[in-house]
Design a protein around this ligand. Structure first.
Ligand code: EPU
Length: 429
């Protein structure tokens, strides 16, 4: 298993190219199941989760080709995927594949909408909490699907096709909104989705579906309406910039000091996080190129933050913020309102010298003046990267073990940080 060795204490200076968003690329790839024509996705990040989803889609009969580089593309552009689901050969998504990546459960919706049936393994537990799928199943039922659980599988049927309906989510769910959109796009009649997730990745999926011929209005608001169509076409779509990668590198600079331009980043995708980073004392400026983050000299100020669905502060940046304020001059409080048990990084940050106490869903972080390198273990994707940014600001050497979590969600992390002056080295085996 690969490890990453980081020698901390160096400021970050330079430019980091922001990749396409993992959490947009995954549902967009899944949307290829909705049409027998080709869906071309540009700016898809080269990540382990993307490769894993390619395998899952292959299993259903989707042909995935990786497009060549075009003149004018820089080496840092993401890959272009050409996905063609001309014929669906299998409507079952087996446990071995789904249990490795939760988002693959979402294939349920397009398979059901296009083929009238799907059998998808329940995803099982994950490191950040129980994460049930009851609301996703409720949404499919509201569109007329019959659902039963058999041998750990969700067996869903709609022999006469799905029909539009009213879906009212009692709780904001990103995955629930993605599957509702995909299924409603091909249902007969109109669907209204109330209390829909407003995340930029939802807007990106809706934009792509509309290019494919869907009739979706209101994506980005809490009420989305979908007028079902009988078939969808191919399209070409560019994956939106990764707001979590953006926020992660912004917090790294806010922590180490220095001056970095996050090229291709879009401030509007993470304004609440940028406001918090500003409160900690970093200068954050939206530019023509992206976002510039700098902190020169001044200390890190403490903050009080609660994670919330978009446009609130994202849960996917909670661990990184905790790393940042572990060196603040004063006491910070971070409350996690989305996932229970998303505090696996606390014990590992403590190994670097952070002082954090937990009470239910709230962490109290007493800032310390210095962190010291240590061997640490990554537990989930965002927890892992919080250890990386803490290590960049710690004295001496930190060895981050189990880095496969990082490879699931951060494209060329070592290259991007090294190019800005960090000492980050991957050790194989
Ligand atoms: N929930 C239910 N029932 C459901 C679905 C969700 O109770 O049927 C609960 C969850 O347990 C959680 C809350 O609703 O408490 C929100 O979950 P949501 O459905 O929004 O999460 P998700 O769709 O499974 C996506 C991202 C996560 C991100 C969350 C929240 C992808 C592939 N995953 O997950 O990203 O944290 O939204 O923004 O888009 C990550 O990238 O590291 C990651 C975990």
């Amino acid at each position: 298993m690969d490890r990453i060795r980081i020698i901390g204490g160096r400021p970050l200076n330079g430019t980091i190219q922001i990749s396409g968003a993992k959490n947009a690329a995954l549902p967009l790839m899944i949307a290829s199941l909705l049409t027998d024509q080709m869906l071309v996705l540009e700016n898809v990040p080269r990540l382990a989760d993307v490769a894993q989803l390619q395998r899952i889609l292959n299993n259903h009969g989707v042909d995935v080709m990786v497009g060549g580089k075009r003149p004018g593309e820089s080496t840092y552009d993401g890959q272009t995927l050409l996905l063609s689901a001309a014929r669906i050969v299998d409507t079952t998504a087996p446990y071995e594949l789904v249990s490795r990546m939760r988002a693959s459960f979402w294939v349920l919706a397009p398979l059901l909408a296009r083929m009238g049936e799907a059998k998808v393994s329940l995803p099982g537990g994950c490191a950040i909490g129980t994460r049930p799928v009851d609301l996703l199943l409720m949404a499919m039922e509201r569109l007329g699907a019959e659902i039963e659980i058999d041998g750990g599988y969700v067996v869903a049927r709609a022999p006469n096709g799905l029909r539009g309906g009213e879906i009212v989510f009692p709780k904001v769910t990103v995955g629930g909104t993605h599957v509702a959109l995909m299924a409603a796009a091909l249902a007969q009649g109109a669907t209204v989705i109330e209390n829909a997730a407003r995340e930029p990745e939802i807007v990106d999926l809706a934009d792509c579906l509309n290019k494919m011929g869907a009739k979706i209005e209101g994506a980005g608001s809490a009420r989305i309406t979908v007028e079902g169509v009988s078939r969808l076409n191919g399209a070409r779509h560019r994956v939106v910039a990764d707001r979590i990668e953006t926020g992660t590198y912004a917090m790294a600079v806010a922590m180490t000091g220095g001056d970095v331009t996050l090229q291709g980043a879009q401030a509007g995708l993470l304004q609440s996080a940028l406001d918090v980073i500003g409160q900690t004392g970093a200068d954050v400026t939206a530019t023509n190129e992206g976002i510039r983050v700098a902190r020169n000299g001044g200390g890190i100020r403490p903050v009080e933050v609660t994670t919330d669905p978009f446009p609130g502060f994202p849960t996917d940046l909670q661990a990184q913020l905790m790393a940042l304020v572990s060196r603040a001059s004063g006491i910070s409080k971070i409350t996690e309102s989305i996932f229970e048990n998303r505090f696996m990084h606390v014990q590992e940050l403590a190994r670097l010298g952070a002082r954090i106490s937990l009470d239910g869903d709230t962490a109290t972080i007493e800032g310390v003046s210095r962190l010291k390198g240590a061997p640490v273990m990554a537990t989930d994707l965002r927890a892992s990267v919080s250890l990386v940014i803490a290590a960049l600001a710690a004295e001496g050497e930190t060895m981050v073990n189990r880095v496969y979590h990082l490879d699931r969600g951060f494209e060329r992390l070592e290259d991007k940080l090294t190019a800005c002056g960090a000492s980050v080295e991957r050790l194989s085996g």
